[in-house]
Write a protein that binds this ligand. Structure first.
Ligand SMILES: *[C@@H]1O[C@H](CO)[C@@H](O)[C@H](O)[C@H]1NC(C)=O
Ligand SMILES: *[C@@H]1O[C@H](CO)[C@@H](O)[C@H](O)[C@H]1NC(C)=O
Ligand SMILES: *[C@@H]1O[C@H](CO)[C@@H](O)[C@H](O)[C@H]1NC(C)=O
Ligand SMILES: *[C@@H]1O[C@H](CO)[C@@H](O)[C@H](O)[C@H]1NC(C)=O
Ligand SMILES: *[C@@H]1O[C@H](CO)[C@@H](O)[C@H](O)[C@H]1NC(C)=O
Length: 507
């Protein structure tokens, strides 16, 4: 079905598209940059967006009846109708049958040996959705932005998640995790409003609840989600104008107090942070390499999600082994590496002179000067929320605190930072409250240079690995706090790399 507009409006579209052609570059000091994402600044009318849901250890475990494997997508082209130059229609690439594909059903082009395993099936489905959404581009084709949901509940008696990548038997209770009983690790319902055109506005949405045992079909907004968990992501854009605006809402409940919702930009292939299967995504170069990339976006937080919320202004994920080798899918030696800037002003520093195990062993200033964490005069304790070491580190400095061994398919290392003057040099917030509720802001973060200077563990004497990042995202983790609501919008997202540095996958 086509939608028609007056000629004047169409002229405007052509002008806007004309000036945005090709990858844009900008002068920034002495360097020229180009975009590393398929849709620089979220300006392309023909959107590519997908959604995924993970359990505590980033797997599926069990599908939610009627919603298939927890991967779905909304990808379309806006087509000018033939012969009627002021008329448009939306050509969707992903059908409802694609989106409800679930374990046991053949995936076109997929490997049949994965069709009967819920975890492997989701990975195959993501690759399949990628082929449907793929946009040809240079240096490589790309797929979609990824909305990621995660449920932090863990049923320790069900022995579903490995510990530091090693299978363990049923045990419990474990006060670190919540579980109300059978079903606590569920994936949410994924209701979908395919993108439609209303007037000159394109709009679409995914929403649902983790409380899958109630009749959730009528729960479409936060006001209707009384005492139950809820999420909603709406995307909206005026044809030919500005950026897509992604509006996110997340609510926790008594039964689901630990929930996460992020908007990710993942590499178009390989293991993205925290996930040990081949993924599809938006970063169309092979990877982002420290120190040479910057991230730009606009963030408008309107509801904070309570004092326990970790709102990540920037979350980056990668994977490398402790000996400096790249990850290869062996979950006992691969290590997920995360770094996150938390902007909730209520989040305090746990790293302190008398809690050194929660501080990275040293801090590196932009000029290269390193300060050890026992140097109480010069170490910026307030710049760190907490640091935890990989559970399989053989030569960790004492004292140390190991990361949660369950919340990843493999061991992990996490470095969480807080607004502080030491990050100002990289464009990050320097004061609590910056970028928070009432302070919507456009950011240009030198994530590459900062991530080069952060501490990450490697075995002594091994060649320092080139830090390559495969997932850049932002969003919220409400940590074990029922009945909290977070709400925010993201727009203008872009990743910039030095001109000419984008590499072809075959190089
Ligand atoms: C969105 O999807 C829900 C669930 O399928 C449906 O009830 C609702 O009518 C849809 N809304 C619009 C605006 O199409
Ligand atoms: C909310 O849900 C919890 C857990 O199911 C229950 O104990 C509580 O009574 C409910 N509260 C209301 C107001 O329904
Ligand atoms: C931020 O969001 C609020 C609530 O939707 C809106 O009123 C405000 O105009 C937004 N601010 C910006 C700068 O987009
Ligand atoms: C490097 O920066 C730190 C922090 O600003 C400062 O204390 C130190 O003196 C600087 N070192 C050099 C060699 O400039
Ligand atoms: C601080 O730690 C470093 C590295 O482990 C060590 O060499 C030094 O002796 C320590 N200093 C103090 C005062 O503990």
């Amino acid at each position: 079905m086509g939608k028609c507009f007056i000629d004047g409006f169409l002229l405007f579209i052509v002008m806007v598209l004309g000036c945005c052609k090709g990858s844009f570059s900008q002068k920034d000091g002495t360097n020229t940059y180009e975009s590393a994402v398929g849709d620089p600044g979220m300006r392309r009318d023909g959107l590519r967006v997908a959604i995924e849901s993970w359990n505590q250890c980033n797997e599926v475990g069990e599908e939610t009846p009627n919603f298939g494997s927890p991967r779905a997508a909304d990808c379309f082209e806006l087509i000018e109708d033939a012969g009627k130059k002021d008329c448009y229609s939306i050509q969707h690439k992903v059908t409802e049958q694609d989106n409800v594909l679930g374990v046991g059903n053949p995936i076109p082009g997929g490997k049949s040996k994965f069709f009967n395993n819920v975890d492997l099936y989701a990975a195959e489905k993501e690759v399949y959705l990628g082929t449907k959404c793929k946009v040809e581009d240079k240096p490589n084709p790309w797929h979609f932005w990824m909305i990621m949901l995660k449920n932090g509940n863990l049923d320790t008696y069900a022995a579903i998640c490995p510990k530091d990548g090693v299978k363990v038997g049923p045990y419990g209770p474990d006060t670190r995790f919540d579980c109300f009983g059978k079903g606590c690790m569920s994936h949410p319902t994924m209701y979908h409003n395919y993108t439609t055109l209303v007037g000159t506005t394109l709009r679409g949405r995914f929403f649902g609840t983790w409380d899958v045992d109630i009749d959730s079909s009528k729960i479409g907004s936060i006001d209707q989600a009384k005492n139950i968990s809820f999420y909603s992501v709406t995307w909206e854009k005026e044809i030919g104008k500005g950026s897509w605006v992604f509006r996110h809402v997340l609510k926790t409940s008594t039964r689901y107090p630990w929930l996460m919702l992020y908007l990710r930009s993942d590499a178009i292939q390989g293991f993205s942070g925290g996930y040990h299967y081949d993924t599809r995504g938006m970063i169309k170069t092979k990877y982002l390499e420290s120190p040479n990339f910057k991230v730009r976006f606009t963030l408008n937080v309107t509801k904070g999600g309570g004092s326990e919320t970790q709102f990540y202004l920037m979350d980056m994920g990668s994977c490398w082994k402790n000996n400096g080798q790249p990850c290869d899918g062996d979950v006992t030696s691969d290590v997920t590496r995360y770094s996150e800037m938390i902007i909730n002003p209520e989040t305090e520093s746990w790293c302190k002179p008398d809690r050194l195990e929660l501080c990275p062993p040293y801090h590196t200033f932009p000029n290269g000067t390193r300060v050890h964490r026992n140097d109480t005069k010069n170490y910026p304790y307030d710049a760190y929320h907490m640091y935890c070491s990989p559970g399989n580190g053989k030569h960790l400095e004492e004292p140390n605190s190991k990361c949660d061994p369950f919340s990843n398919p493999q061991p992990q290392e996490i470095l969480q930072i807080l607004p502080n003057p030491v990050w100002g040099e990289y464009g990050y917030p320097t004061k609590k409250g910056e970028g928070w509720i009432g302070n919507p802001k456009s950011w240009l973060l030198d994530v590459g240079r900062m991530s080069q200077n952060l501490y990450f563990y490697q075995d002594p004497g091994t060649q320092p690995i080139k830090r390559r990042w495969t997932s850049i995202d932002l969003g919220v983790e409400v940590y074990r706090d029922p009945d909290q609501v977070a709400e925010w919008t993201v727009s203008d997202f872009d990743i910039l790399v030095p001109s000419g540095s984008s590499s072809n996958l075959n190089d």
